[in-house]
Design a binder for this molecule. Structure first.
Ligand code: GLN
Length: 543
């Protein structure tokens, strides 16, 4: 029977609750336990799929096609456990389900209320599919004190009561700020935040205290005294040089021991932390450096490309080099002809996923530069689509080549399936209901062509990767593009959807319709990121 660890946050947001949860997951795993992580988000959107990356950061996609919070990406990167749709619930999705049940008459005329109906639903989703795990870590989004978090806190209070302390634990992440004018660390915000929780009937057993410097013993005791926890359970969470150092630091501060002690599990022996030591060593003492230009739209907001930045770091780990990212706003290539010079200094060019026309011409320019100057190139989703448009325009001379995402066009080299599928295939897919203006979401298989670079990179003939897009490269242009040198080296098993393109006469040029960054792990870098950084290392003549 699974034990549940509920992770809340206090004082301020952005303390890194997601990384903290993921790190605890990694620590328990390093002690041989089976873990699963979940996130409950108090906002009213049904999922983050429609939220702006400016506001909410990246939308993380699971194998089973859910659009989820980016923290699920951290969970997966730290534990290797594939996140699922059942691992992310928002207030909106919970209400949607409860209201649908009400409309069906499931409540038999009863009054439907936040308590017990919403709270019961929360308890149900927390416990769903958890039988085969030792620990289920449940992160509550938002900050304690928010009005919208209340039903979640009430639900976990009830659930912990039902499960008992043998099967439940509350961990609270707070901030211990340093006030320079006083020259002191302040514990009051933590005390207030715990009071807030106590007012809701929740006594946290472990306090994880974010701080920019070591917390002296007497301050730890003070926090323990005022918050009714053991001094050993006040865990300093100091800033780390890399997020992958956090599991090691938490272990040094005794977090995993305290969790096991609470559950009455023996904490003899040490967890196996070799995986994390090796990663941190490689990040902190690289043997060289490569620079990758990421040519995109949301360059002022790193959260929008979270998994991408991590996957590039993982590619660096594989080659023991530091990967410096040069975030370039693609629009500069549209207004200033000299701007491409910025790409002369980099060892690789990556055009990531994106939506909408703005900046697309600049991305096409960046593709052209990479192709002509033989700079390693990696196009992801939108980036692949731009690579195909570039080839159609500049190799085939099809001036009007474009994507219907930007409006109706003469030469829809990229378009909705409904716009370019013909005959039987169109009818078959229509009958299956897998058409329309819908997103292709989640894992799909692709077959890799014999003798292609991707086949070598993956070392496999068939792969599964995660998708999130509406538009597809139009297979009708395949023959002409291949004659011009752009090989369609990965296709959907039915041969209809182009999934990968590459130039055999280029040192490393690959475009993929899916998002490989979602599956990369620091301890298991994705083959494409490993290959891309390997090519950048060669370009930099480091080997
Ligand atoms: N906008 C493109 C589409 O919908 C690409 C999406 C993406 O890059 N994730 O097909």
């Amino acid at each position: 029977m699974a034990r549940f660890v509920f992770i809340t946050g206090g004082v301020v947001s952005s303390l890194g609750k997601g990384i903290a949860s993921a790190s605890l997951g990694a620590l328990l795993q390093a002690r041989g336990y089976k873990v699963r992580l979940r996130k409950l988000d108090p906002y009213l959107n049904v999922d983050p799929g429609t939220m702006s990356p400016y506001q909410h950061g990246e939308v993380y996609v699971t194998d089973d096609g859910a659009e989820t919070d980016l923290d699920l990406g951290h969970y997966e990167r730290f534990t290797g456990v594939a996140a699922r749709k059942a691992d992310n619930w928002t207030t909106g999705r919970l209400y949607l389900d409860v209201i649908a049940a009400e409309r069906r008459g499931d409540y038999l005329g009863g009054t439907v209320q936040v308590i017990p109906h919403i709270t019961d639903k929360i308890k149900e989703v927390i416990q769903a599919e958890t039988d085969h795990y030792d620990f289920v870590l449940v992160e509550i989004g938002g900050t304690v004190g928010d009005i919208e978090s209340l039903p979640f806190l009430e639900a976990i209070r009830q659930l912990a009561n039902e499960l008992g302390p043998q099967r439940s634990l509350f961990m609270h992440l707070t901030l211990v700020p340093y006030i320079p004018s006083a020259g002191e660390l302040k514990t009051k915000p933590t005390q207030h935040s715990v009071k807030e929780l106590l007012g809701l009937g929740i006594q946290p057993q472990i306090l994880l205290c974010r701080c920019d410097r070591p917390i002296p013993e007497n301050e730890r005791r003070k926090i323990a005294l005022f918050c009714n926890v053991r001094p050993e359970s006040v865990i300093p969470a100091l800033d780390a040089g890399t997020i992958y150092e956090v599991p090691l630091k938490y272990h040094e501060e005794g977090l995993d021991q305290e969790v096991l002690r609470h559950f009455g599990l023996s904490a003899y022996g040490e967890p196996d932390m070799r995986r994390w030591q090796a990663i941190v060593q490689s990040i902190k003492q690289p043997e060289g450096e490569v620079t990758i230009a990421v040519v995109g739209k949301y360059t002022n907001l790193l959260d929008a490309y979270k998994s991408l930045a991590e996957a590039l770091t993982h590619g660096g780990i594989a080659h023991n080099v530091r990967v410096r990212l040069d975030w370039v706003d693609s629009q500069i290539f549209e207004n200033d002809a000299a701007a491409v010079a910025r790409l002369e200094k980099v060892n690789g060019i990556l055009v990531p996923g994106g939506f909408g026309e703005r900046g697309s011409e600049g991305k096409i320019e960046a593709v052209r530069f990479a192709r002509e100057r033989k700079v390693p190139f990696f196009g992801i989703c939108f980036g692949m689509q731009m690579a195909v448009i570039e080839a159609a325009r500049n190799l085939l001379g099809i001036k009007g080549a474009s994507s219907t995402e930007f409006g109706p066009c003469e030469e829809p080299v990229v378009g909705l399936l409904t716009e370019w599928l013909r005959g039987n295939e169109l009818e078959r897919r229509n009958a299956n209901g897998d058409l329309g203006g819908t997103m292709r979401l989640g894992a799909y298989p692709a077959r890799l062509a014999e003798g292609s670079l991707v086949r070598e990179v993956y070392g496999a003939a068939e792969i599964q990767e995660r998708h999130r897009h509406r538009y597809e490269v139009n297979v009708a242009y395949r023959e002409r593009l291949e004659a011009a040198g752009l090989r369609f080296s990965g296709m959907s098993p039915d041969g209809v959807l182009p999934e990968i393109v590459e130039y055999p006469d280029h040192p490393w040029f690959i475009g993929v319709q899916y998002h490989p960054e979602l599956k990369s792990k620091p301890f298991d870098p994705h083959p494409l990121f490993k290959g891309f950084i390997g090519a950048a290392v060669k370009q930099a003549r480091l080997v």
